[in-house]
Design a protein around this ligand. Structure first.
Ligand code: KG4
Length: 340
């Protein structure tokens, strides 16, 4: 039976302006406006990001409501990303959510962006879509995070391990930059890797205790391999592009899987999920599916649309908080940094 709980989600933590509508847990729309303005700078420029959010937010929210076939007066609550992220970007979504909620007299719900990534597996397109059973383990891998999270409930998550230096996405992006590939380099490495030999080059893997990650040694080892080879062959990168990408991607996957395997054994979970921008990587997706197959585990691999920043994950996280009546006050402010 339908309760008609309708949540508008708003995401503006970095360089994607997104709005989504979820009714009773089912996704009705998810609109994302990406910002191409950053491409020529080789990374996200915070000031330009917040200006673009200002331009995008009204048309994006309108498009999400229109596509969902929902009138704004039907909204039960507005969920928005409160952090972590770029403060100027977060302020746009937060202020918009507050203004709209005051106008409509409906409550606001604040969402931790990282919770959104973890909970993206609960976004359903139809009522009988499968969702994970608690507890499950999430490998959260993005440009800013590499974490192993034990998820006991929608509001009960424990970080079992995290990167002590670079995130997996940074390893992709920084190595891609050394190869002369555009930003963000992750998708380019992914594409090139499909034609390369993953065993051609060997790069350093970290030896750190517990469930933490480290990618800075790999980055240095990649850089030194290229620097040394270029001394004798100036066309080394050009000639080995695909093999370099495949070997780099293989090493990152090995590092990720090594700690994931330890975490699975420590916790005894039966379900493994991935989330965050790097979970769009074809090699990572295949490796997780194969690992779960081999170990008799259930794998949850998100639709590609839900790997990068999107408001559908904010709306579903907001929906769970709404059911628990966990609303946010108008005096609450965004957080640039916040843990899961
Ligand atoms: O989660 P996300 O969109 O943003 C935050 O970091 O919050 O993740 C972006 C990261 C970038 O480092 C990007 O290179 C990486 O995700 N990424 C990929 C792929 N698609 C995005 N890395 C490897 N392969 C991909 N296909």
């Amino acid at each position: 039976m339908s309760d008609n709980i309708t949540i508008l989600g708003i995401e503006s933590s970095c360089d994607d302006t997104s709005a989504a509508v979820i009714r009773d847990g089912i996704l009705l729309s998810n609109v994302i406006a990406s910002q191409s303005v950053h491409e020529e700078y080789g990374g996200v420029v915070p000031e330009l990001a917040s200006r673009a959010h200002q331009q995008n937010i009204v048309p994006v929210v309108k498009a999400a409501l229109d596509r969902a076939g929902v009138d704004k007066h039907e909204l039960s609550a507005i969920a928005f990303t409160r952090g972590p992220g770029l403060l100027g970007s977060l302020l746009v979504g937060t202020s918009f959510a507050k203004g709209l909620s005051l106008g409509l007299r409906c409550p606001i719900v604040d969402v931790n962006h990282l919770h959104g990534h973890v909970l993206s597996h609960f976004i359903r397109r139809k009522a009988d879509d499968a969702v994970p059973e608690y507890p499950f383990l999430t490998l959260l891998i993005s440009g800013g995070n590499s974490q192993l999270v034990l998820v006991k409930n929608y509001n009960d998550m424990t970080i079992l391990g995290a990167t002590i230096d670079d995130a997996a996405g940074e390893a992709f992006d920084k190595c891609a930059k050394v190869m002369g590939l555009p930003y963000p380099g992750g998708p380019h490495i992914d594409r090139l890797a499909q034609e390369g030999d993953p065993k051609k080059f060997k790069f350093a893997k970290p030896h750190i205790p517990n469930l933490d990650y480290s990618f800075s040694g790999l980055k240095t080892s990649f850089l030194y391999t290229l620097r040394d080879a270029l001394k004798t062959d100036p066309e080394f990168i050009e000639k080995n592009r695909a093999d370099l990408a495949a070997s780099l991607q293989r090493t990152i996957i090995d590092i990720l899987l090594d700690k994931l395997d330890k975490a699975v054994k420590q916790t005894g979970v039966k379900t493994v999920a991935i989330g965050g921008g790097v979970s769009a990587n074809s090699g990572v997706r295949q490796a997780i599916a194969d690992y779960c197959d081999r170990h008799g585990l259930r794998a949850f691999i998100p639709e590609r649309a839900f790997t990068t920043d999107n408001a559908a994950m904010v709306a579903i996280a907001g929906y769970f908080k709404y059911l628990d009546k966990q609303f946010c006050g108008y005096d609450e402010v965004p957080f640039a940094r916040v843990q899961i």
